[in-house]
Design a protein around this ligand. Structure first.
Ligand code: YH5
Length: 276
């Protein structure tokens, strides 16, 4: 990745969801406006990358059409692409990938690891665009109904190695790739924490590792806190991921994560002022 390779500190990817809530009747326009405001707030808080997603991939969520996803994502991308923070678009759809790239997206973040028909071809020609390949067992609709592995770490690693090879075979150079074990995507609590415990092993695949645990059930399952009260858990998980070698953390709470990572960085530098 052109960008991540020139910085020596872990990067914070701030999450922007553009999913109209069914309880308000403001529709797509209103949710896009809110997402743009939220994106600007995350930039002020110190986000290094913004990740815009228009399709909920939470367990049990239903897919949306290409048209609907474009209606949600494009206005937000267009509004934020001028701000000087690189934008990532969270999508599995080749048509959304193409439109996002044309409009200036810097990263395509695909929870389906470019397995959708046409996805490799949609991304390959855009030589300056990075791609995050994430592991998921099953689909968002069925992934949490009895996930099974013989050996979670080696199976996720093997999958990611195969997706790296598929991407390279399609003409996507290794410097453009990012990998992600996919916390919460077809995994039990034990699977998730085993992956976290072994996260450093993924760095051996030779591409930057991204970790996304922010606000997820694996955190609430330990503390009992509901989704809107998982700040401390999320910060702890992001810090742990970075200590174990993650180069990008995908988080909702940018300000708190940034503060935690600054302390980690100070310890690495033995308190010396940061050159960056
Ligand atoms: C990820 O890990 N996750 S969307 C359920 C929650 C809270 C948050 C039950 N896109 C990832 O954020 N992309 C998502 O509470 C992602 N890695 C990458 N690369 C799911 C999400 C969430 C789900």
């Amino acid at each position: 990745m052109v960008f991540i390779d020139v910085v020596d500190r872990p990067l914070i990817m701030g999450v922007i969801n553009v999913t109209p809530d069914s309880f308000s009747d403001g529709g797509v326009y209103r949710s896009a406006q809110q997402a743009i405001i939220h994106g600007k707030k995350l930039i002020d808080e110190g986000a290094d990358i913004l990740d815009i997603g228009g399709e909920s991939t939470r367990p049990g969520s239903e897919p949306v059409s290409i048209e609907e996803e474009l209606k949600r994502v494009m206005p937000v991308l267009e509004a934020l692409v001028g701000c000087d923070v690189p934008i990532s678009v969270d999508t599995s759809k080749p048509e959304v990938m193409r439109r996002a790239i044309e409009t200036g997206a810097f990263i395509i973040n695909d929870v389906n690891a470019l397995r959708s028909p046409g996805a490799l071809e949609a991304v390959a020609p855009a030589e300056d665009v990075s791609v995050c390949l994430m592991h998921m067992q099953g689909t968002p609709q069925n992934m949490q109904t009895g996930p099974k592995y013989q050996d979670i770490v080696s199976e996720v690693k093997l999958f990611l190695m195969q997706r790296i090879e598929a991407a390279k075979a399609a003409g996507i150079s290794q410097q453009r790739l990012i990998i992600d074990p996919g916390f919460g995507f077809g995994k039990t609590l034990q699977h998730n924490y085993t992956l976290l415990n072994h996260l450093q092993e993924f760095t051996a695949l030779g591409v930057p590792v991204l970790a996304g645990m922010s606000r997820k059930s694996m955190l609430g399952a330990i503390t009992g806190n509901p989704i809107d009260q998982r700040l401390h858990e999320s910060v702890a998980a992001a810090l742990l991921a970075v200590i174990k070698g993650a180069r990008i953390v995908r988080v909702h709470d940018v300000k708190a994560t940034r503060a935690a990572l600054a302390i980690y960085r100070a310890s690495v530098n033995c308190g010396m002022a940061d050159p960056a």
